[in-house]
Design a protein around this ligand. Structure first.
Ligand code: NAP
Length: 246
């Protein structure tokens, strides 16, 4: 892609956390950004204000719902006229051992983390194929590679995203669309701040680089894949402080 200037990016779950940092980083490079949110209306609108209405728009959509995810892409086209970059970042956890996990807990996590990615990609596909270019980045997790106690639902969904990424990359390469996954380790966001202090310390002790990652470290990797990643597809980029080494 070479430059972000004029490119249109959709980032799901961008009102806060990693998604917000990714949106800010892509906007800083000159991209127009769609800040998708499910519940974080205030923060999403505040980010639009900060970036300016020419460059950003906040669109509400629960991407775990196929109709709303499809509408998000349609509204992007209506608003900015095209889509060049799709970052599937929206995610949730419902952590329980399988003994306590319900089918509903399972479905909700798989629906939000994995199925949503298929819904948005499917909706964006005709636009990417018609313009013969596109960058799709799926935010998975090292948990999808390593597994984790109490996270069977989340690990399955995140592992699913990696398989989806590789298969989509094979199907879409002929259209010059690159599809990659990023697997973050423990990153400093609301998702991690829920973890009790003593557990945080134990986790830190297990990370070779000895610290939790910052959202900007993921955002810069997304920018790299988009701007300099024209020959990178079907890959999984691990940004995890060394907690999982393949
Ligand atoms: P977070 O701070 O908990 O934020 C989650 C984001 O997902 C929020 O913006 C939320 O939007 C959005 N979201 C959740 N359900 C949604 C839905 N149905 N529709 C649209 N948006 C939805 O989490 P995070 O740490 O930024 O995580 C971002 C991604 O990175 C997730 O996929 C997560 O699994 C992955 N990840 C995170 C870590 C970590 O340590 N933080 C590690 C590995 C992977 P609203 O606030 O608007 O509801």
């Amino acid at each position: 892609m070479g430059s972000l200037e004029g490119a249109v990016a959709v980032i799901t779950g961008a009102g806060r956390g990693l998604g917000r940092s990714i949106a800010e980083e892509l906007a800083r490079g000159g991209a127009k950004v769609v800040i998708n949110y499910a519940n974080s209306k205030g923060p999403a609108e505040e980010l639009v204000k900060k970036l300016g209405e020419d460059q950003a728009v906040a669109l509400q959509a629960d991407v775990s719902d196929v109709g709303q995810a499809t509408q998000l892409i349609e509204q992007t086209i209506e608003h900015f006229g095209r889509i060049d970059i799709l970052v599937n970042n929206a995610g949730i956890t419902i952590d329980k051992t399988m003994k306590k996990l319900t089918a509903e807990d399972w479905d909700k996590v798989v629906q939000t983390n994995l199925n949503s990615s298929y819904y948005t990609v499917k909706a964006a596909l005709p636009h990417f194929t018609e313009q013969s270019s596109g960058k799709i980045i799926n935010i998975s997790s090292f948990v999808g590679q390593a597994g984790n106690f109490g996270q069977t639902n989340y690990a399955a969904a995140k592992a699913g995203m990696i398989g989806f990424t590789k298969s989509a990359a094979q199907e879409l390469a002929r259209y010059n669309v690159c599809v990659n996954a990023i697997c973050p380790g423990f990153m400093e966001t609301d998702m991690f701040s829920d973890v009790p202090e003593e557990v945080r310390e134990k986790i830190k002790a297990k990370i070779p680089l000895g610290r939790i990652g910052s959202p900007e470290e993921i955002a810069r990797a997304v920018r790299y894949l988009v701007v300099d990643g024209d020959y990178i597809t079907g890959q999984t980029m691990n940004i995890n402080g060394g907690i999982y080494m393949q």
